[in-house]
Design a protein around this ligand. Structure first.
Ligand code: BT5
Length: 324
């Protein structure tokens, strides 16, 4: 259910530049005018700039850009993702915090988000650069009732949800590089790291980590990855609202997840393939020291990468990286 605070923000947001009187707000929200005033003070504490004009009413002069569990919650339209949000200014890695929270019984859908990570990580202990206040660095705890071998499909599902969110914005055409990179114009803008705790045939929990570069300038991307990394700001030459992106990603992810559990991977597969990077082209792959070149056919019903074998048949690859 939408909270009173979220409704209040929605009413003020819909009114745009106009003022809404305390009386009107109090009638619509069924709370006293003193309670309205208290809500306004709370909004100000979280970084909103509220203008209160005597005998006229209130309006939002500036929305908060401060990431906090409140600012993400207000306006978040989900049923279960993000009902619990752990926000920290600095962490080593949101994955580490999320694993601990999961062991401490945090519920399905808990979100851990940080302004900065000192040891953000990618797959195989690679580094994930996470500059303070410049991106979305978050981990989500999921407790799916699926067998462990299906967990990699959650990575593809998450990538699809992020690509669909980015696709809503003008001037952004995302692609997904199997299995976990989101690219814009051939450069990586986001990465996903799925880690799980499981027994033989049962998942205890999964932590899905999402790193999305948002407001870095050219100079804020480390030299070593400059040629193949980008941010939304670098692509569009404007600042992006981090809170809105987080809310849209969580909303998209909840929808994709529900449909994945109900309908299976087939739906995700076709959406994923809409964004698939270099489908139909010759790609080179490596896994450890093994290298291969083949035509990339798409993904299989279980999420595996499909290439054309030397005999002209479709061959499934479960673990490899596509070279740039
Ligand atoms: C990934 O790994 O792409 C998964 C990244 C997941 C990051 C999130 S942030 C929230 C959560 N907490 C964490 O600690 N992690 C997750 P992989 O496919 O292994 O790619 C890693 C490679 O991407 C590195 O070796 C670099 O080449 C490159 N890279 C590092 N930081 C980057 C950045 N900010 N933007 C683009 N590329 C980057």
């Amino acid at each position: 259910m939408e909270s009173t605070r979220s409704k209040l923000i929605r009413l003020l947001a819909d009114a745009k530049e106009s003022y809404i009187s305390g009386q009107q707000l109090s009638e619509q929200l069924h709370i006293s005018r003193t309670a309205i005033w208290k809500h306004m003070k709370e909004l100000e504490k979280d970084g909103y700039v509220i203008e209160a004009k005597p005998k006229t009413g209130y309006r939002i002069k500036k929305f908060s850009g401060n990431v906090s569990s409140n600012t993400i919650t207000w306006g978040l339209n989900t049923l279960w993702i993000g009902k619990e949000i752990i926000h920290k200014p600095t962490v080593t890695s949101t994955q580490v915090v999320a694993h601990q929270a999961a062991r401490d019984n945090s519920p399905h859908g808990t979100v851990v988000i940080a302004d900065e990570q000192s040891s953000g990580r990618g797959r195989m202990e690679r580094v994930w650069h996470s500059k303070k206040g410049k991106g979305v660095w978050m981990s989500i705890i999921l407790r799916p009732n699926i067998p462990p071998y299906m967990a990699p499909q959650l990575t593809l599902m998450t990538a699809t949800a992020i690509a669909e969110v980015l696709d809503q914005y003008d001037g952004i055409q995302p692609n997904i590089k199997w299995p976990n990179d989101i690219l814009i114009q051939n450069k990586k803008v986001a990465g996903i790291l799925t880690e799980m705790q499981a027994e033989q045939d049962r998942i205890q929990y999964v932590v899905v980590g999402i790193g999305l570069n948002v407001n870095q300038d050219n100079t804020e991307i480390p030299d070593a990855i400059h040629y193949r990394a980008t941010s939304l700001k670098m692509e569009t030459e404007k600042e992006w609202p981090i809170i809105e992106l987080v809310q849209k990603i969580l909303e998209g992810l909840e929808k994709e997840y529900e449909s994945f559990l109900k309908k299976g991977f087939g739906d995700v597969k076709s959406k994923w393939e809409n964004y698939g990077f270099r489908i139909g082209e010759m790609i080179s792959l490596h896994s450890g020291t093994e290298k291969k070149e083949a035509v990339f056919l798409g993904i299989a019903e279980d999420g595996a990468l499909l290439i054309e074998s030397s005999k002209g048949e479709a061959e499934k690859i479960y673990s490899a990286e596509i070279d740039w």
